[in-house]
Every structure is written in structure tokens, then in C-alpha cells.
Design a protein around this ligand. Structure first.
Ligand SMILES: Nc1nc2c(ncn2[C@@H]2O[C@H](COP(=O)(O)OP(=O)(O)OP(=O)(O)O)[C@@H](O)[C@H]2O)c(=O)[nH]1
Ligand SMILES: [Mg+2]
Length: 584
């Protein structure tokens, strides 16, 4: 199927032509038929000589209904421009063409209608000249009469040739179905319609709807009036949604493949036409079937920041147009450069931003995004429309290679500094490092640690972190020299002070396994525990505290906490009468 939107001035015969080609009535409303004028979008389809199907989105020509026209052409990549032979080029011929140009529509046909009323030559020449100046370029032209049917076979053939030129749809892309109508069908509930430009839909699919907390589910699908289990782009589709109230969605909403779109109310864009200085401060942004008021902040010569009145699922590279509803004027097309731009808080930030934007062209660029964002989750990039084809540095984090290298260097410096400032600690806590380097996730710290650094017990330090600082190592050596032959005699508090073993030094020695702490200021050499168990096992069982103290040749100051420690470790067991036995 291929979808084409009509375009052209009011009363130039768009709906008549669609009716003549399809036998279907594009003017759905009684009011439209009564007034002989299209107000809202119409939909009709027919089979072409090739056997292919063309679906029309028929738009209104009246200037009051340009917003409806834009909702129709927004998601459609091809246009049938209609000009009446007897009236020629008119204001909405120009405005519709400007809109197609702004949206970058590149495929089209010119139909000069009402050719039974006047020579189509002059209107054809003027229209082709106007169209040639736009994104559509040189287009084929066919003179037709909706009244007599003259030219219709030629127009059908031309539509077939146009269909053959269109690029193949990307059916593996995520779905972003811009809703152009929503209504309720008795017994089925809410139905929305739209032009599926990419991707596929299946009955049962879960889709995301901006503003809804829960996914919505496809209960039924129709295409061209027929129920179908699935539909692939390009197609006109009607989607029946399970459990979604009608008032939850309407024109301008989009049904999305979950997790694939970033909803944004702030975008930086490049203007296709007018310089930024001429733009009013408020305009309406038209994209897909949506129309959203925006505030415009000029940045560079042809770049502006748009603040949207409500968030939209936009991607880098999206085409949209700005219109001044007050002046009935298409201000120009825009190309989305950044859907998650940085705030402009500092002085000079806007100028700096303008320089960055000057380098961007709206083509997704992974290396550039990483350079600018430094560190970002793959999912966030995908939701911006930037394909990810790089290895994450950790988890699903991607980083600019230079930034990652600098982070590694800074990590080493921070660890070294921490070691200088806290010589007794066995390395820098991972979380302190994470904060210091302003990293959003611990896994990044872990990934940055390289030999000779390592992570041990939640800290980053040299692989030899167990090595004691020299003064502590010397003090422990002296303890060993003095107490090695009296292993259960702990140095007195003032002796510890003499040796330079304050609480922090003792802590460091204990963590390094060089001393065993029984209580505050009561330390033994670490092998004392096994020795004690051996000595106690040689006593008649059970034994009392006093017997233990004598056998170990020590004081209550050591014996009490030592036995308690052995109890805790399960080496000894305390009996109800306070005697103990060695557990074998
Ligand atoms: N003689 C003649 N009259 C035509 C032809 N095409 C359309 N008309 C008449 O022109 C008038 C407008 O036609 P429509 O098809 O409603 O025009 P439209 O472009 O759809 O108008 P809007 O949707 O309101 O913009 C109607 O009265 C049609 O009968 C034609 O080829 N020949
Ligand atoms: Mg019409």
C-alpha cells in the first residue's frame, strides 16, 4: 500500500478527484457535504493498474482548516497537489506547498483539475514552476476532470509510477503511529486511525501512549476497512485499543513501541528557511499529526531552542514545521538536532550551544553524542533515535573513549590522594570515588579499576593494600619481638602509646591481619588464637577462667575477652556454671 495526501486551495477539486478515483466519499461529515467543503481529513483507497493499493488522506483546502491539513500530511511522505485549471495558483496552493516543503516531502504529483472548464496549460506551468523550487522538485503533471473523467487513467498510471519510486518502508523500525482520528465503536471501545509509516503492528501488541502509566494493548486491527491480524508499514490502520477510554487519546497523540521514544518538551532545531531573528517568540509546532504551541529561543543564525507546551515523542532528525496561527503563515521547516539538550544556565551557554549546534545536521551520530554527553545509557540514546553500535563500558553505559580514559586517570589520582591523606585506610571506598568522579553508577567505578588497583571489601586500593604503612609495620614487629615468647601477654595501654600504636594504627594493623584486637587497647599477635586453643585443650575439661588464665600465663584483662572471642568462634563453649570446654 502507499499513502498519499492531497494538497491544494479550497474548492480546487481535491475531494472530487479522490471520489472519482476511488468511488469512496472522502467528505465524511454531513456538514462537509452540505457546505460542499472539506473540513476535516477524509480517507479513501483504490487499486491501481499495477495491482497495488493507494490510500488517500484527503485534506481541506480552506485556510481556516490548515491545522487539519497539516495533521493529515505530517505522517505521509507523498503528496498529490491539486490546482484548478480555471483558478490557477492560489494562496493555499502556496501555503500547502510551503508546508510540504517544510516537512521535506520529496515525492509528489501535480493534478490540474477542472480541465473541462479552462485550458490547463497556464495553471500547470505556474504550479510546476512553484513546486520545482521545493523539496518535491520536478513533478509529473496530469490534467484531469473530476466531472468528465478525462485524464483519470493517466493519473492512475502516474500514481503507480510514483508508488514505485517511494523508498521501501523500514518494517523493523519501532512504531510511532500518529493518531489522526479517534472514535468509539459500540461493543469494541476506542479506535484510533493513522498512517503507519514504519514498523509493524499485531493484534495483542503492547504499545506506549504518552501520559498513560500503563501500556495500551491492541485488541483489533483494521486496514482499508478489513480486519487483519497484523499490518506492516506503509499502511493506513485503525487500531482498536483494549481498556483505553476514548478521552485518553486523540489527534496528535502517538502510539509507540514501548521504550523506544524519548518524550521531550525541549528540543534544539535547525530552521530550514527564515533566519531565527524573524521568528515570533511563540509559534505552533506541527509534527506528525500533532500541533503544539512552542516558545522560541534563538540560538545561532539558523538554530533555535523550542520549549513545547506538552511533551512529544521526538527523535533526532525528525522534520517538523513551525506556523504562526495568527498570521496564517507557515514560518518554515525545522529539523530536530537534539531532543535532550542541556540547560542554558551559565552566562555564555547559549552562544556555546549555538556553536555546538552549528556542527549538527540532524543525522544521528553516535560518536558525536558520546563526545557531547560523555557518559550515557544505551537505552537513552536509542530513545533519542541514535542507533547504538558500540560496546558499553559497563552495564549498559556508553562513554566517549577520551572521557573514559580521563576518568581512569582521575580515578588513579584520587586513589593515590586518598592513600596520602588516609595512610592507614586500606583504599578508597567505592562510593566515595563514585561521588568524587561524579559518576552516576557504581558499576562505572568498578569498570574503571585496573591493575595494579583492585577492589577489595568495597574499597579501591593498590593490590598490595594489605601491606601496612611502614611505621605501623615497624611497631608490629616490635610487639612481635617483645611478646613473641609470651603470646598471651598483651602490651599495656601506655606501652602501645610508646610503640606509636593509637586506635587508627591498631585498626590498620587489624585490617591487615597483623594484630588481633580483643578489646579496646587489648591486642595480641594473630597466631595467639590457635595457640590458645592448643593450650586450653591440654587442660582437664571443663576448665574455669582462672585455670585458663594460669595455663595461658596471662591476666584477666586478656583472658576474659580471649575466651569470649573463642566462644564466638565456636572453639570453646561456655557451660551454665561458667566453666568451659574446648570444642573438638
Ligand atoms: N467542472 C468541474 N467541476 C469540478 C471538478 N472538480 C471539482 N469540481 C467542483 O468544484 C467544487 C469543489 O470541489 P471539491 O472536490 O469539493 O473541492 P476540494 O478541493 O475538495 O475543496 P476543499 O476540500 O473544501 O478544499 C465542487 O462543486 C465540484 O463539483 C472538475 O474537474 N470539473
Ligand atoms: Mg475537499
Amino acid at each position: 500500500m502507499f499513502v498519499v495526501a492531497t494538497a491544494g486551495h479550497v474548492d480546487h477539486g481535491k475531494s472530487t478527484l479522490v471520489r472519482a478515483l476511488t468511488g469512496m466519499e472522502p467528505d465524511r461529515w454531513a456538514e462537509e457535504r452540505r457546505r460542499g467543503m472539506t473540513i476535516d481529513l477524509g480517507f479513501a483507497w483504490t487499486t491501481l493498474p499495477s495491482g497495488g493499493t493507494v490510500a488517500f488522506v484527503d485534506v481541506p483546502g480552506h485556510e481556516r482548516f490548515v491545522p487539519n491539513m497539516l495533521a493529515g500530511v505530517g505522517p505521509v511522505p507523498a503528496a498529490l497537489i491539486v490546482v484548478a485549471a480555471d483558478e490557477g495558483w492560489m494562496p493555499q496552493s502556496a501555503e500547502h506547498l510551503a508546508a510540504l516543503d517544510a516537512l521535506g516531502v520529496a515525492y509528489g504529483l501535480l493534478a490540474v483539475t477542472r480541465a473541462d472548464l479552462a485550458d490547463p496549460g497556464p495553471a500547470t506551468a505556474r504550479a510546476r514552476a512553484e513546486i520545482a523550487e521545493t523539496s518535491l522538485g520536478a513533478v509529473p503533471a496530469v490534467a484531469v476532470s473530476g466531472l468528465t473523467g478525462a485524464g483519470l487513467p493517466e493519473l492512475r498510471a502516474a500514481l503507480d509510477r510514483l508508488a514505485a519510486q517511494l523508498p521501501a518502508p523500514v518494517v523493523d523500525d519501532p512504531v510511532r503511529l500518529w493518531v489522526d482520528r479517534s472514535f468509539t465503536v459500540r461493543g469494541s471501545g476506542t479506535v484510533v486511525t493513522g498512517t503507519l509509516g514504519a514498523g509493524r503492528l499485531r493484534v495483542g501488541d503492547e504499545l506506549e501512549l504518552a501520559g498513560a502509566d500503563e501500556p495500551v494493548r491492541v485488541r483489533g486491527l483494521h486496514s482499508l476497512g478489513e480486519a487483519c491480524p497484523k499490518a506492516a508499514a506503509v499502511a493506513r490502520v485503525a487500531v482498536n485499543l483494549r481498556g483505553t477510554p476514548r478521552d485518553r487519546l486523540g489527534r496528535g497523540d502517538a502510539l509507540l513501541t514501548p521504550g523506544r521514544f524519548h518524550h521531550t518538551d525541549l528540543v534544539d532545531v535547525r530552521l530550514a528557511g527564515d533566519p531565527a531573528a524573524d521568528l515570533p517568540a511563540t509559534l505552533t509546532l506541527h509534527v506528525g499529526s500533532a500541533a503544539v504551541p512552542v516558545r522560541v529561543r534563538p540560538l545561532g543564525p539558523d538554530t533555535v531552542r523550542l520549549r513545547l507546551a506538552r511533551p512529544l515523542p521526538l527523535l533526532v532528525g525528525d522534520r517538523a514545521l513551525l506556523r504562526d496561527p495568527g498570521r496564517h503563515h507557515v514560518s518554515g521547516g525545522v529539523r530536530v538536532l537534539d531532543v535532550a539538550p542541556p540547560p542554558l544556565a551559565r552566562r555564555g551557554a547559549a552562544a556555546a550551544r549555538a556553536q555546538v549546534l552549528a556542527e549538527l545536521d540532524g543525522r544521528p551520530d553516535l560518536a558525536g553524542e558520546l563526545r557531547r554527553r560523555r557518559l550515557i545509557r544505551a537505552g537513552a540514546l536509542i530513545r533519542m533515535g541514535v542507533p547504538v553500535h558500540a560496546e558499553p563500558v559497563a552495564g549498559d553505559w556508553l562513554s566517549d573513549p577520551d572521557h573514559w580514559r580521563r576518568l581512569g586517570e582521575r580515578l588513579t589520582e584520587e586513589v593515590a590522594r586518598h592513600a596520602r591523606e588516609h595512610p592507614l585506610e586500606p583504599g578508597m571506598p567505592v562510593d566515595a570515588l563514585r561521588q568524587r568522579l561524579a559518576l552516576p553508577d557504581r558499576v562505572l567505578v568498578e569498570a574503571l579499576v585496573r591493575p595494579p588497583l583492585r577492589i577489595h571489601a568495597g574499597r579501591v586500593g593498590a593490590a598490595s593494600a594489605n601491606a601496612l604503612p611502614e611505621p605501623v609495620a615497624l611497631a608490629v614487629q616490635r610487639v612481635r619481638a617483645e611478646y613473641g615468647d609470651r603470646p598471651f601477654r598483651a602490651p599495656e595501654a601506655d606501652r602501645l602509646v610508646d610503640l606509636g600504636l593509637g586506635p587508627r594504627e591498631i585498626g590498620a594493623a587489624v585490617r591487615a591481619g597483623a594484630l588481633l584486637r580483643l578489646a579496646d587497647n587489648v591486642v595480641l599477635l594473630p597466631d595467639a588464637l590457635d595457640d590458645a586453643v592448643r593450650v586450653l585443650a591440654g587442660l582437664p575439661q571443663p576448665f574455669t577462667l582462672s585455670a585458663a588464665r594460669q595455663a595461658l600465663d596471662t591476666t584477666r584483662r586478656v583472658a576474659v575477652p580471649l575466651l569470649e572471642l573463642l566462644d564466638r568462634r565456636g572453639a570453646t563453649r561456655r557451660l551454665p556454671d561458667d566453666a568451659r570446654i574446648v570444642v573438638t
